[in-house]
Design a protein around this ligand. Structure first.
Ligand code: PHB
Length: 552
């Protein structure tokens, strides 16, 4: 990643610079690294890395995995603050999704980020033939169709910056999202002039063989290019020319509709920053008590400043930043100066706003974590608390399929692993998933399901099962007693996405001899609720602008 080496201003907050250095290094390491590795890569003393890690862990942005530290989904709230503030994914994302459906090709939206481009939305129809970029990934301008259209607006200073970066890194080795550049043709200036004249640009396999893309810029009412929309295809389906002939008119219509919405959308209502985010006075006090000198207050406060921004809060004066975060004006001011120096904030007159570079703070590696990965640490805590195995499953057809599992003690004769299937109607996980369906669909599924009893307790009568599912829908949990296997009880509750839809279920399985049915309710249900709430919290943060895969 290109960085500026200009010296920090005198008022810059050193601990914030060092903390961000650690986050950047973890991002480059794809989300996980050992403290020793972080120390070597950042040049910081091991004790400094440890204090930074302790503070970020306290903020909920890192967790320990064995000896390593890893980024958590919670950290995505920083990138969400930028994406929410621009309003672009909320306003333009649905247009991009409809275009992808209409063309049956991938569509992406990227914004200019200095001499690079950064993805802010993806509607992926990729057929496993080529690279897929993640929201937050940074690509060099010269390798993409977006870069050609954005470079048309560059100032002389921006061209100079680009030339410098090209000279230092001609093969694009600092851009881990793409394979190295083999050619060294300097065609960007020419290509951007052509793109300006035509109003579109094409990438004919500049990233990798086979990958082609067509981009049209989206302009605001003053004609500035806010972002570019690309239709991405493959040479197995199109040549660069046939792609343009097939999709340019439709792409242009979509962009015209986007520009119309940008001009006519009502201003976004400012969303209040959630009260529970790290950084409040009470939270800071408690953190100092708990961690002592391992708590780096200036780092926590500085990062909190980024969360002052969001939907309807794109440009904020210092006073508003201080108010939203509860920080003293002088503290907020120094944090903003530091963040501006590092390129995460820009100032226009008295107003500050976030830059796309905020997405460099862990967003891309976290954006492709499926729900199973998000759930795993919380299942592990649940299994420790319950002293029994905890699992996550989704519905596939008439079955449930396990997608994550922490096994503590064997209570079943069958060995359940990730991918194991069971008939949905008979398991606690399946009943929770079926109970979220409309009653008519539940009934239809129960009718057609293969309802072979697994034990002498298995309920197979569709009318009785329909009643049980209704009770599960009412109670919010399913308790299944020896219907899957003699001697086995399990209790499950739903996991909902931010729209309230049940996307998975989590359960604990226990031996009938270890816990009575009443004990299952009294002991396991509260622990399950805590675990599901933590999974949902992470899912809602990570799923705000990213489609999180639930089936793997
Ligand atoms: C993509 O979204 O994958 C994409 C976008 C622009 C390109 C190439 C690929 O030039």
């Amino acid at each position: 990643m290109p960085t500026d080496d200009s010296p920090a201003p005198a008022e810059a907050v050193g601990p914030l610079i060092r903390g961000i250095g650690v986050l950047r290094e973890l991002t480059e390491a794809d989300g996980r690294q050992s403290p020793g590795g972080l120390s070597r890569a950042t040049g910081l003393a091991r004790s400094t890395v440890d204090r930074v890690a302790a503070t970020l862990t306290r903020m909920g942005y890192l967790r320990q995995i064995g000896r390593d530290v890893a980024l958590t989904p919670r950290l995505m709230e920083l990138g969400n603050a930028y994406l929410g503030a621009t309003g672009l994914p909320d306003l333009l994302g649905p247009h991009a999704d409809r275009l992808a459906d209409a063309l049956d090709e991938s569509v992406s939206i990227a914004v200019p980020d200095r001499d690079g481009i950064r993805f802010i939305h993806q509607a992926t129809r990729r057929r496993a033939l080529s690279l897929t970029f993640r929201i937050g990934d940074l690509l060099p301008a010269e390798r993409t169709a977006h870069g050609q259209v954005f470079a048309a607006d560059w100032t002389e200073e921006e061209w100079a910056h680009w030339r410098e970066r090209r000279a230092a890194d001609p093969q694009n080795l600092r851009f881990p999202a793409i394979p190295p550049f083999r050619q060294s043709a300097d065609f960007l200036a020419e290509a951007s002039a052509v793109a300006r004249a035509r109003g579109w640009a094409v990438d004919d396999q500049m990233i990798e063989p086979g990958l082609i893309a067509l981009v049209v810029p989206v302009r605001d009412s003053q004609g500035r290019q806010l972002c570019g929309v690309s239709v991405v295809s493959h040479t197995s389906r199109h040549s660069a020319r046939s792609l343009r002939e097939a999709v340019l008119p439709t792409l242009r219509e979509t962009v015209a509709a986007m520009e119309y919405d940008l001009r006519h959308a009502p201003p976004t209502e400012p969303v209040q920053r959630p009260a529970d985010v790290a950084g409040s006075a009470a939270w800071t006090e408690a953190s100092k008590q708990e961690l002592g000198r391992h708590f780096v207050e200036a780092l926590a406060r500085g990062l909190t400043v980024l969360t002052a921004f969001g939907p309807g809060r794109a440009e904020l004066p210092l006073t508003a930043v201080a108010e939203a975060t509860g920080l003293a004006r002088a503290t907020a001011r120094r944090a903003l100066i530091t963040l501006e120096h590092l390129g995460y904030v820009t100032a226009h007159g008295r107003e500050f706003s976030l830059t796309p570079r905020v997405l460099d703070l862990g967003f891309a590696p976290l954006a492709d974590q499926p729900l199973s990965r998000i759930a795993e640490p919380h299942l592990a805590d649940l299994a420790v608390e319950a002293q029994d195995s905890a699992s996550l499953a989704v519905l596939t057809g008439d079955d449930i399929q396990y997608t994550a599992r922490i096994a503590v003690r064997r209570v079943m004769s069958v060995n359940i692993t990730i991918g194991t299937r069971f008939p949905a109607f008979v398991t606690s996980l399946g009943r929770v998933l079926l109970a979220d369906l409309p009653p008519a669909e539940r009934a239809a599924r129960l009718q057609r399901a293969d309802r072979n009893p697994l034990t002498s307790h298995t309920v197979t009568d569709p009318a009785r099962l329909a009643q049980l599912l209704e009770a599960v829908a009412q109670d919010g949990y399913a308790l299944v007693d020896e219907e899957v296997e003699e001697g086995l009880r399990s209790i499950a509750i739903p996991v909902r996405d931010h729209t309230g839809r049940v996307v998975a279920a989590v359960n604990v399985a226990t031996h009938a001899g270890h816990r009575s049915l009443a004990q299952c309710r009294e002991e396991l249900l509260p622990a399950l609720r805590t675990a599901a709430a933590r999974i949902e919290n992470d899912l809602h943060t990570s799923g705000r602008y990213v489609r999180i895969a639930t089936a793997s």
